[in-house]
Design a protein around this ligand. Sequence first.
Ligand code: ADP
Ligand code: MG
Length: 398
Amino acid sequence: MVQIRNIEDLGALEGKRVLIRADLNVPMKDGIVTDDTRIRSVAPTILALMDKGAQVIIMSHFGRPKGKIVPEMSLEQLAQPLSDVIKKAVVFIDNCIGNVIKETLDAMESDAVLLLENLRFHAGEASNDADFAQALADNADFYVNEAFSCAHRAHASTEGIAHLLPSAAGLSLEKELAALESALGDPRRPLCAVVGGAKVSSKLDVLTNLVEKVDHLIIGGGMANTFLAAQGVDVGASLCEHDLADTARAILAKAAAQNCTIHLPTDLVVAKEFKAGADCRTIGLDEVTSDEMILDVGPATVADLAEMLTSCKTLIWNGPMGAFEIEPFDAATVALAKAAGQLTEQGSLVSVAGGGDTVAALNHAGVAGQFTHISTAGGAFLEWMEGKELPGVKILEK
Ligand code: ADP
Ligand code: MG
């Protein structure tokens, strides 16, 4: 396993300024943080660095302002929630670069942390602009990356800056990599992957790479519709990317050549509307009418998959099996999650899941605690699953 630098490797930090890249891009509703998992995950690193006598500066993105100032995406709204979690004063400053940062730091109490404005208000963040990275680095002595969920992107705050300052992984980034490595570095086989959810076009690449690595590939959620359609199934009004039919067929052919068994739904739950209490029916593949949407895989499919899982040793999961936010379309996701959770508790399965909605679905099923490891990262988790190098991690290697 490759070794990455951690905060111990930074040496003495007394009186030094440490800039932490956090992921404070938390879900919010009406100005309230609805899930503070990401804030809580960075707290131990902030407190550990403060314990070592460092002055801590926090930077993050929020939403996708695309290089422009978008007031609704200001990180100011995260200052109080952050303060509530770390129980320290948080000073917010409405930029992330410039002399004003140093001036503010000079004037601050030693027991307060400084929160910078949204990195993505500057175009140089996403383009990994060298001058922008230097401007970020100018305000600190050390850099700590605590944003695993952003590590698949070579941005100024995740990659560029690590060339300019002595740098290390934060505690939760370190923990996340260790957990992924121990579960999946040399996975016990058979290895099964579940890929579902809605981001069909962005996940097809993942599937292409995964069929080389896994023994079983379960395709569920909106993903499955594209594959069913590519095989001539009429999917009616379902979420489906018909123009990707060729790619889907190529993935199926590649899987056959690589001895990877693909599992597509054999029965379906359909409805005419996506809302709670909508009339729905459980049907075979050839019964979808033109005004119906496939919103979940059927119970016969789930029973087969649960049975198949009993013969597997490792499971990686990204993307729900159906539109789980609304009952009863959560049924397949919940049933499969429970089966995986139980096998994990019995010790016959190592199970690792990642993705924003996937984690929400596993929480909803009440089995998140039974899984071997849950990653809050979506894209980075997927790229790690594919065996791709993550630029934000690579740069921290010893
Ligand atoms: P993650 O965030 O875990 O990476 P995605 O964002 O790719 O997962 O997918 C989650 C979304 O997929 C959910 O909002 C869910 O409602 C949707 N979804 C799953 N199955 C279907 C389906 N059959 N039709 C429409 N949407 C679906
Ligand atoms: Mg999602």
